[in-house]
Ligand binder design. Structure first.
Ligand code: ADE
Length: 247
Protein backbone atom coordinates (compact mmCIF):
# COMPACT_ATOMS: atom_id res chain seq x y z
CA UNK A 1 0.00 0.00 0.00
CA UNK A 2 1.55 3.26 -1.13
CA UNK A 3 0.41 6.40 0.66
CA UNK A 4 1.31 9.99 -0.09
CA UNK A 5 -0.03 12.80 2.08
CA UNK A 6 -0.03 16.39 0.86
CA UNK A 7 -0.05 18.67 3.87
CA UNK A 8 1.08 21.95 5.37
CA UNK A 9 2.06 20.02 8.51
CA UNK A 10 4.23 17.05 7.49
CA UNK A 11 5.42 16.60 11.09
CA UNK A 12 1.89 15.53 12.04
CA UNK A 13 2.06 12.71 9.50
CA UNK A 14 5.65 11.73 10.17
CA UNK A 15 5.11 11.60 13.94
CA UNK A 16 2.33 9.03 13.65
CA UNK A 17 3.90 7.08 10.78
CA UNK A 18 7.13 6.61 12.76
CA UNK A 19 5.51 4.62 15.59
CA UNK A 20 4.37 1.12 16.37
CA UNK A 21 2.55 -0.91 13.72
CA UNK A 22 2.85 1.71 10.96
CA UNK A 23 6.59 1.91 11.56
CA UNK A 24 6.97 -1.88 11.32
CA UNK A 25 4.69 -2.03 8.27
CA UNK A 26 7.00 0.39 6.48
CA UNK A 27 10.18 -1.36 7.63
CA UNK A 28 8.84 -4.62 6.18
CA UNK A 29 8.11 -2.88 2.86
CA UNK A 30 4.38 -3.68 2.97
CA UNK A 31 3.34 -0.06 3.44
CA UNK A 32 5.01 3.14 2.26
CA UNK A 33 3.97 6.48 3.78
CA UNK A 34 5.41 9.70 2.38
CA UNK A 35 4.46 13.21 3.40
CA UNK A 36 4.88 16.18 1.09
CA UNK A 37 4.91 19.74 2.31
CA UNK A 38 2.55 21.73 0.11
CA UNK A 39 4.67 24.80 0.94
CA UNK A 40 7.52 23.29 -1.11
CA UNK A 41 5.34 23.77 -4.20
CA UNK A 42 4.72 27.48 -3.64
CA UNK A 43 6.63 29.63 -6.11
CA UNK A 44 6.50 33.06 -4.45
CA UNK A 45 9.32 33.73 -2.05
CA UNK A 46 7.03 34.36 0.92
CA UNK A 47 5.73 30.79 0.62
CA UNK A 48 2.17 31.80 1.48
CA UNK A 49 -0.21 28.85 1.22
CA UNK A 50 -3.53 30.59 1.79
CA UNK A 51 -5.40 33.76 0.96
CA UNK A 52 -8.63 35.59 1.80
CA UNK A 53 -11.81 34.21 0.23
CA UNK A 54 -13.27 35.91 -2.84
CA UNK A 55 -16.55 37.52 -1.82
CA UNK A 56 -15.24 38.31 1.64
CA UNK A 57 -15.99 36.61 4.90
CA UNK A 58 -13.86 35.22 7.64
CA UNK A 59 -11.07 32.69 7.46
CA UNK A 60 -8.48 31.85 4.85
CA UNK A 61 -8.62 29.52 1.89
CA UNK A 62 -5.77 27.26 0.78
CA UNK A 63 -4.49 28.20 -2.67
CA UNK A 64 -5.09 25.80 -5.56
CA UNK A 65 -1.87 26.12 -7.55
CA UNK A 66 0.57 24.61 -4.98
CA UNK A 67 -1.73 21.59 -4.63
CA UNK A 68 -1.97 21.18 -8.41
CA UNK A 69 1.83 21.35 -8.59
CA UNK A 70 2.27 18.76 -5.85
CA UNK A 71 -0.11 16.41 -7.70
CA UNK A 72 1.73 17.06 -11.00
CA UNK A 73 5.00 16.06 -9.30
CA UNK A 74 3.45 12.79 -8.10
CA UNK A 75 1.97 12.13 -11.53
CA UNK A 76 5.43 12.63 -13.07
CA UNK A 77 6.59 9.62 -11.04
CA UNK A 78 4.51 7.55 -13.46
CA UNK A 79 2.19 5.58 -11.19
CA UNK A 80 -1.58 5.97 -11.36
CA UNK A 81 -3.02 7.97 -8.45
CA UNK A 82 -6.18 7.59 -6.37
CA UNK A 83 -6.93 10.95 -4.78
CA UNK A 84 -8.68 11.33 -1.43
CA UNK A 85 -9.84 14.53 0.21
CA UNK A 86 -10.67 14.12 3.93
CA UNK A 87 -13.75 16.23 4.58
CA UNK A 88 -16.70 16.22 6.98
CA UNK A 89 -18.86 16.45 3.84
CA UNK A 90 -17.53 13.16 2.47
CA UNK A 91 -18.89 9.63 2.42
CA UNK A 92 -18.51 7.90 5.80
CA UNK A 93 -15.28 5.97 6.32
CA UNK A 94 -15.88 2.32 7.16
CA UNK A 95 -14.22 -1.07 7.53
CA UNK A 96 -15.32 -1.78 3.94
CA UNK A 97 -13.55 1.33 2.68
CA UNK A 98 -10.43 0.49 4.73
CA UNK A 99 -10.41 -2.95 3.07
CA UNK A 100 -10.75 -1.33 -0.34
CA UNK A 101 -7.83 1.04 0.34
CA UNK A 102 -5.66 -1.81 1.66
CA UNK A 103 -6.10 -3.65 -1.67
CA UNK A 104 -5.51 -0.62 -3.89
CA UNK A 105 -2.74 -0.98 -6.45
CA UNK A 106 -2.73 2.72 -7.36
CA UNK A 107 -0.78 5.20 -5.24
CA UNK A 108 -3.13 6.64 -2.60
CA UNK A 109 -2.85 10.40 -2.23
CA UNK A 110 -4.50 12.34 0.59
CA UNK A 111 -4.94 16.07 0.06
CA UNK A 112 -5.19 17.63 3.51
CA UNK A 113 -7.13 20.85 3.79
CA UNK A 114 -6.78 23.44 6.54
CA UNK A 115 -8.14 26.86 7.47
CA UNK A 116 -11.66 27.44 6.14
CA UNK A 117 -11.16 25.10 3.22
CA UNK A 118 -9.32 24.76 -0.05
CA UNK A 119 -9.93 26.51 -3.35
CA UNK A 120 -12.92 24.72 -4.91
CA UNK A 121 -11.06 24.30 -8.22
CA UNK A 122 -8.88 21.62 -6.61
CA UNK A 123 -12.03 19.58 -6.03
CA UNK A 124 -13.72 20.30 -9.36
CA UNK A 125 -10.55 19.68 -11.44
CA UNK A 126 -9.03 16.72 -9.59
CA UNK A 127 -12.29 15.18 -8.35
CA UNK A 128 -10.80 13.44 -5.30
CA UNK A 129 -13.00 11.05 -3.30
CA UNK A 130 -14.31 13.01 -0.33
CA UNK A 131 -14.24 10.86 2.81
CA UNK A 132 -15.39 11.77 6.33
CA UNK A 133 -14.31 10.03 9.52
CA UNK A 134 -17.35 11.23 11.45
CA UNK A 135 -19.93 13.93 11.97
CA UNK A 136 -17.71 16.50 13.63
CA UNK A 137 -15.28 19.07 12.29
CA UNK A 138 -11.54 18.78 12.86
CA UNK A 139 -8.98 21.51 12.27
CA UNK A 140 -7.45 19.76 9.27
CA UNK A 141 -7.32 16.63 7.15
CA UNK A 142 -4.12 15.19 8.65
CA UNK A 143 -5.68 13.22 11.51
CA UNK A 144 -8.45 11.83 9.27
CA UNK A 145 -5.81 10.85 6.68
CA UNK A 146 -3.85 8.98 9.34
CA UNK A 147 -6.99 7.32 10.68
CA UNK A 148 -7.68 5.98 7.18
CA UNK A 149 -4.05 4.93 6.63
CA UNK A 150 -3.88 3.17 9.98
CA UNK A 151 -7.17 1.32 9.46
CA UNK A 152 -6.17 0.23 5.95
CA UNK A 153 -2.51 -0.62 6.72
CA UNK A 154 -3.41 -3.19 9.38
CA UNK A 155 -5.50 -5.01 6.75
CA UNK A 156 -2.53 -5.37 4.38
CA UNK A 157 -1.50 -9.04 4.57
CA UNK A 158 1.46 -9.55 6.91
CA UNK A 159 1.19 -6.20 8.71
CA UNK A 160 -0.56 -7.72 11.71
CA UNK A 161 1.48 -10.71 12.87
CA UNK A 162 -1.48 -13.03 13.46
CA UNK A 163 -4.01 -12.75 10.60
CA UNK A 164 -6.61 -14.36 12.88
CA UNK A 165 -6.63 -11.26 15.04
CA UNK A 166 -7.67 -9.14 12.04
CA UNK A 167 -10.33 -11.63 10.94
CA UNK A 168 -11.85 -11.78 14.43
CA UNK A 169 -11.79 -8.04 14.72
CA UNK A 170 -14.74 -5.76 15.23
CA UNK A 171 -16.65 -5.21 11.97
CA UNK A 172 -14.53 -7.70 9.95
CA UNK A 173 -17.36 -10.22 10.23
CA UNK A 174 -20.10 -7.80 11.29
CA UNK A 175 -19.89 -8.72 15.01
CA UNK A 176 -17.93 -6.70 17.56
CA UNK A 177 -14.90 -8.21 19.29
CA UNK A 178 -15.05 -10.44 22.40
CA UNK A 179 -13.29 -9.45 25.69
CA UNK A 180 -9.57 -10.21 26.12
CA UNK A 181 -7.58 -11.04 29.27
CA UNK A 182 -3.88 -11.51 29.95
CA UNK A 183 -1.57 -12.39 32.85
CA UNK A 184 -1.68 -12.18 35.80
CA UNK A 185 -4.72 -14.29 36.53
CA UNK A 186 -5.82 -12.06 39.43
CA UNK A 187 -5.81 -8.26 39.19
CA UNK A 188 -6.96 -6.35 42.28
CA UNK A 189 -9.15 -9.29 43.24
CA UNK A 190 -10.70 -9.63 39.77
CA UNK A 191 -10.25 -12.95 38.01
CA UNK A 192 -10.43 -14.33 34.48
CA UNK A 193 -13.50 -16.26 33.21
CA UNK A 194 -12.89 -19.96 34.09
CA UNK A 195 -13.50 -21.16 30.55
CA UNK A 196 -10.42 -19.26 29.27
CA UNK A 197 -8.23 -21.19 31.74
CA UNK A 198 -9.84 -24.55 30.95
CA UNK A 199 -7.79 -25.43 27.87
CA UNK A 200 -11.06 -26.59 26.25
CA UNK A 201 -10.75 -24.99 22.81
CA UNK A 202 -14.29 -25.77 21.68
CA UNK A 203 -15.73 -24.21 24.86
CA UNK A 204 -13.44 -21.18 24.48
CA UNK A 205 -14.54 -20.68 20.84
CA UNK A 206 -18.20 -20.85 21.89
CA UNK A 207 -17.67 -18.45 24.80
CA UNK A 208 -15.93 -15.95 22.53
CA UNK A 209 -18.67 -16.15 19.93
CA UNK A 210 -21.30 -15.61 22.60
CA UNK A 211 -19.44 -12.62 24.09
CA UNK A 212 -19.04 -11.13 20.59
CA UNK A 213 -22.77 -11.49 20.12
CA UNK A 214 -23.43 -10.02 23.59
CA UNK A 215 -21.18 -7.01 22.86
CA UNK A 216 -22.89 -6.40 19.54
CA UNK A 217 -26.36 -6.90 21.03
CA UNK A 218 -25.67 -4.26 23.70
CA UNK A 219 -23.40 -1.80 21.95
CA UNK A 220 -24.29 -1.92 18.25
CA UNK A 221 -27.61 -3.72 17.72
CA UNK A 222 -27.85 -1.88 14.38
CA UNK A 223 -25.08 -4.10 12.90
CA UNK A 224 -26.67 -7.35 14.09
CA UNK A 225 -28.37 -8.55 10.91
CA UNK A 226 -30.36 -11.75 11.11
CA UNK A 227 -29.20 -13.01 7.69
CA UNK A 228 -25.56 -13.03 8.86
CA UNK A 229 -26.30 -15.23 11.89
CA UNK A 230 -25.90 -19.01 12.09
CA UNK A 231 -28.28 -21.33 13.94
CA UNK A 232 -25.72 -21.43 16.76
CA UNK A 233 -25.65 -17.60 16.90
CA UNK A 234 -29.43 -17.47 17.21
CA UNK A 235 -29.33 -20.01 20.04
CA UNK A 236 -26.61 -17.99 21.82
CA UNK A 237 -28.62 -14.80 21.36
CA UNK A 238 -31.65 -16.45 22.93
CA UNK A 239 -29.45 -17.41 25.90
CA UNK A 240 -28.16 -13.84 26.15
CA UNK A 241 -31.66 -12.45 26.06
CA UNK A 242 -32.81 -14.92 28.78
CA UNK A 243 -29.78 -13.99 30.90
CA UNK A 244 -30.81 -10.33 30.60
CA UNK A 245 -34.30 -11.12 31.82
CA UNK A 246 -32.88 -12.96 34.84
CA UNK A 247 -30.83 -9.92 35.94
N1 ADE B 1 -11.65 17.40 8.07
C1 ADE B 1 -12.23 18.08 9.07
N2 ADE B 1 -13.12 17.34 9.71
C2 ADE B 1 -13.13 16.13 9.10
C3 ADE B 1 -13.85 14.92 9.29
N3 ADE B 1 -14.77 14.80 10.23
N4 ADE B 1 -13.59 13.88 8.48
C4 ADE B 1 -12.68 14.01 7.50
N5 ADE B 1 -11.98 15.12 7.26
C5 ADE B 1 -12.21 16.18 8.05
Amino acid sequence: MQCDVLTLFPELIEGIAAQSMLKRAQESGRVCIRSHNIRDYIKDRHRIADDAPYGGGCGMVMKAEPIFRAIDALQDEGQELRLIFPSPQGIPFSHQLAMDLSRESRRLVWICGHYEGIDERVLTRLEPEEISIGDYVLTGGELPAMVMIDAAARLVPGVVGDPGSVEQDSFADVLLDYPHYTRPEGVRGYGVPDVLLSGNHAAIRLWRRKESLRNTYWKRPDVLHDECLTEEDRRLLREISQECEQV
